[in-house]
Write a protein that binds this ligand. Structure first.
Ligand code: SF4
Length: 495
């Protein structure tokens, strides 16, 4: 966008306008209308997506694209992949350049969620993973909007002490990590892996479950069973991780009716019930093995009407405690041989579906809301390890302004540190990602504090209330009486 510069009679870019405004009003938040694509940080946090280096995945899934320039499952034309390749997959430069771009477009960069994508994280060598995460934290700690970035590095020297030092600095840095996720497969979720991920500061796991039907998993050469998915989700939950499941429609061997029945299990059965969901209808990519199946007429994409019907029927099945983060992949239409190419497919589905309850549809966005106009609602559901309480602040219209996920386990804790603990798995209050300590529209209005107090009451009978905090939210919980443990923070509960 350009605006006329009246003093020099030339057009200036939005970025330049923002920069001038900041120079004139140092320390003040930018007027909302000046922010470019405000929806990007509408949920209160700046999401920074970055990719690991190209590396083979142990999976052999027939629908998965093969692009040697990319980590498995990604295509070079996807926007996130393009940014990663432009930085030669260097984590430091990926984080820094993305934040610089956000800042230049008027977003604040104090609270960052790191979303690490690429094949199966657990299959990468440990030294690479330590180096990668360490460099992400260093990029946050050293972030400057106008810093000139050095030559990108694809790998480097790994050391736990260096990573831990960077995490320590990040606890009080001006750009803090308030969430960190990786993606992996169910059969790679082990006790050792999850301890390692907590040491790295991870709070959310994206897990490719794809189908809850063993026959479909086998036909698509997923290499794991439904039992592995159940076991993985159970372990993730007992560690308190936030669980984002990936589920696919239109896989080889499935039908619209089978997909609908499969999806029903996601929320109907205690084994699954994810916190977030990515729904990916299968698209045919030239380099995927599925191409051969299509040529032999063994598989075909659903017609637009079939796919629409499946999505319109499954979306209302998503329970109010789950957020549907995505409904289609970011593949460019040039890469899709056959399959859905409509980029606003989600909007079309939402316009047709009835009674949508999922979180993203109900987020308060930038609507001004007074805490008095909100009521606290508690949803209780059973999981494979006990009960879960989803506490949500909602308006009269059922829009959501904040929530807390409280896990009340009834099974033995996976690590000693969590023995006798109720676990806060997530606390989120919506509002623009204003500066830490600043006054947002709904953030910092005491809603988070009240959610914590309610969680403490609901955890009665447990020895302590533990939280799977991010490195950058530790100070917040310390302020509310939590003490640092090894992998979690804890509040001792009195009888
Ligand atoms: S596990 Fe994931 S990344 Fe690996 S082949 Fe299967 S779909 Fe692709």
């Amino acid at each position: 966008m350009t605006d006329p510069d009246l003093t020099t009679n030339r057009s200036i870019s939005k970025v330049e306008l923002i920069s001038r405004w900041r120079r004139k009003h140092p320390g003040q938040p930018l007027p909302e209308k000046m922010i470019g694509k405000p929806v990007r940080t509408m949920s209160g946090v700046v999401p920074v997506t970055l990719l690991t280096k190209p590396y083979p995945c142990p999976g052999k899934c027939i629908f998965c694209p093969n692009d040697v320039r990319m980590p498995k499952s990604y295509l070079s034309a996807e926007p996130g992949a393009q940014r990663a390749a432009a930085n030669n997959f260097d984590p430091y430069n990926q984080v820094s350049s993305r934040l610089q771009s956000y800042y230049a477009n008027g977003h604040t960069t104090e609270k960052v969620e790191l979303i690490i994508l690429g094949g199966t994280w657990s299959a990468y060598p440990l030294p690479y993973k330590i180096w990668f995460i360490g460099r992400c934290f260093e990029a946050l700690n050293e972030f400057k909007p106008d810093k000139k970035l050095g030559a990108p590095q694809i790998s480097g020297e790994a050391a736990w002490p260096r990573l831990l030092k960077a995490q320590k600095i990040n606890e009080t840095a001006s750009t803090r990590c308030v969430g960190l996720s990786i993606e992996t497969r169910p059969d790679f979720i082990t006790l050792g892996q999850l301890i390692e991920l907590r040491q790295m500061g991870c709070t959310k796991i994206q897990i490719g479950i794809q189908s809850l039907d063993n026959r479909v998993l086998r036909l698509n050469r997923r290499g794991h069973t439904v039992a592995a998915t159940k076991k993985a989700i159970k372990l993730l939950r007992s560690f308190g991780f936030k669980i984002q499941a990936h589920w696919m429609a239109n896989l080889y061997g499935s039908t619209p009716a089978k997909d609908i029945a499969d999806f029903k299990k996601l929320f109907g059965q205690i084994w699954y019930r994810p916190d977030e969901l990515k729904i990916y209808p299968c698209s045919l990519i030239e380099t995927a093995e599925l191409m051969n199946y299509c040529r032999k007429k063994l598989w075909r994409p659903y017609s637009r009407a079939e796919l629409m019907r499946v999505m319109v029927l499954v979306l209302p099945m998503v329970e109010p405690y789950c957020r549907v983060s995505r409904m289609i992949r970011d593949f460019s239409s040039d890469d899709i041989v056959v399959g859905n190419k409509t980029t606003n497919f989600r909007q079309l589905v939402e316009a047709r579906a009835k009674n949508i309850k999922e979180i993203r549809y109900r987020e308060i966005k930038n609507i001004l809301v007074k805490p008095d106009d909100l009521r606290l609602e508690i949803i209780t559901y059973t999981t494979s390890i006990g009960r879960e309480k989803f506490l949500q602040w909602v308006t009269k219209e059922n829009q959501i302004a904040g929530f807390l996920r409280l896990c009340l386990p009834r099974v033995e804790a996976p690590v000693k540190e969590l023995a006798g603990a109720a676990i806060i798995r997530e606390l989120h209050v919506y509002g623009h990602a204003l500066a830490l300590g600043g006054l947002g529209r709904t953030q910092h209005s005491g809603l988070g504090k009240q959610l914590l107090a309610a969680a403490e009451r609901l955890a009665k009978g447990y020895k302590k209330l533990s939280v799977i905090s991010s490195i950058g939210t530790k100070k917040y919980y310390q302020k509310h009486g939590f003490k640092d443990g090894q992998l979690y923070q804890h509040l001792q509960l009195v009888d």
